[in-house]
Write a protein that binds this ligand. Structure first.
Ligand SMILES: C=C(O[C@@H]1C=C(C(=O)O)C=C[C@H]1O)C(=O)O
Length: 105
């Protein structure tokens, strides 16, 4: 495996795009890992209305916003990405919970 090239060391667009593809692969792997926990979350929930947990959404968004600021990433970008992702995950959980129905006990 080749050593990643720092942004400032890229001398042409091919080099930039190689690194962007590398980072995209890493992001995708992490989103897949996050998804595996969301996929477990709905199984542990008891009721169909539990897909949306406002206090937890707030907590996740606040953490991401703070971390983005620390990393000099525009916080609006991080918040928009996470809102989109969480919205998708909530819909996924809702569909899974609705299909399963209420547990017997
Ligand atoms: C994963 C959960 O389910 C939902 C998805 C969340 C997320 O993707 O971070 C957060 C809150 C919930 O609305 C959870 O309850 O923590």
């Amino acid at each position: 495996m080749t050593t990643p090239r720092k942004a400032a060391d890229c001398e042409n667009m091919d080099q930039v795009r190689v690194e962007i593809d590398r980072v995209d692969d890493a992001i995708l792997d992490l989103v897949a890992e996050r998804f595996s926990y969301v996929d477990r979350a709905w199984q542990l929930k008891k009721n169909t209305h539990e897909a949306t947990v406002p206090w937890r959404i707030r907590q996740v968004i606040d953490r991401v916003e703070a971390r983005a600021k620390e990393r000099d990433l525009p916080p609006e970008l991080a918040v928009a990405l996470w809102r989109q992702m969480i919205g998708w995950f909530i819909q996924y959980e809702e569909e899974k919970l609705a299909k399963r129905g209420e547990p017997k006990d």
